[in-house]
Design a protein. Structure first.
Length: 273
């Protein structure tokens, strides 16, 4: 019989829901977007999210980070969180009962409506993350992220909790923590007031279904390469036209999938553009 988790494990973990150290002595804005992260490596957070604009926004209480250490939910004296795969095979799998206990704590005080509070398992099997996902997550009240390790998680957990699987791309990471940070970064920068210049999120790649035009800054000539003269002409209408054309050309050359979708949405022939 597996040993029951001791209450101190649960209490300790509940306490970590009050984002340890990260928000102490800092304002907590009512209703601020929150990411709750279930991980075996809570010390990996905030990581890069603690830097620059996302870090400042975290300090200012524009978003919150709740860390749920998976280890105290483990079984037995050693708080085991994983076991061998049913049916054999390499590696270890995170146990359903252990994950379930952590997910129940993560659900405390959050909406059950998945549109308002999605639960996401970072997974190479998931749908590749798109800008539209970041926009959807930013509109929610918050999100719970499950970071996998080893061979991943027991499938029954995904079914039981209605968890969506999101992938960072067609490659394998060692764990979900880096993917979780990428997802949070892409989401938090869309929350009002996080970026100094909100207009930049409207103009950047993917926001309009196209890749962004090339960017230049000083010096005007560098290693014999000039900034395109149009960008120094002061003719804003012409500059806009040039940027749009660059955006179209780049998307067509580099991302045929995006190009086809753009043409379809705008009633264009992908061969002609
Ligand atoms: C070594 S991977 C497990 C890979 C799994 N056995 C498979 O083949 O699909 C361990 C964990 O890293 C995370 N991970 C790995 N690659 C990822 C990706 N491309 N996107 C998101 N998360 C990923 C997941 O949380 C996963 O459970």
């Amino acid at each position: 019989m597996p040993e029951k988790p001791k209450s101190h494990g649960r209490l300790k973990t509940t306490a970590t829901l009050k984002p340890r150290a990260l928000l102490q002595d800092k304002p907590e804005l009512v209703g601020a977007w929150e990411a709750r992260i279930i991980t075996l490596f809570p010390q990996a957070f905030p990581g890069v999210l603690g830097e620059s604009l996302t870090g400042k926004a975290l300090q200012d209480g524009l978003w919150r980070l709740g860390l749920i250490d998976l280890r105290p939910f483990g079984e037995g004296k050693h708080r085991n969180v994983d076991d061998t795969p049913a049916g054999g095979g390499a590696g270890m799998v995170l146990r359903a009962d252990v994950l379930g206990r952590a997910l129940d704590v993560a659900a405390e005080g959050v909406p059950t409506d998945r549109a308002r509070w999605p639960i996401v398992y970072l997974s190479p099997r998931g749908r590749p993350m798109q800008q539209t996902d970041a926009q959807r997550f930013a509109k929610a009240d918050g999100i719970t992220l499950l970071c996998g390790r080893f061979e991943g998680v027991d499938e029954r957990v995904l079914e039981e909790y209605g968890i969506e699987e999101v992938s960072l791309g067609d490659f394998i990471l060692t764990g979900g923590e880096i993917a979780a940070q990428a997802l949070i970064d892409a989401t938090v920068r869309l929350i009002p007031n996080v970026l100094g210049n909100q207009a930049s999120t409207e103009e950047e790649s993917f926001s309009n279904g196209l890749l962004e035009h090339p960017q230049y800054t000083r010096p005007a000539t560098w290693k014999g390469r000039d900034i395109p003269p149009i960008l120094r002409s002061g003719n804003h209408a012409e500059m806009e036209r040039w940027r749009k054309q660059q955006s179209l050309d780049l998307t067509r050359a580099r991302r045929p999938d995006l190009w086809r979708a753009y043409c379809k949405a705008h009633g264009l022939d992908p061969e002609q553009g």
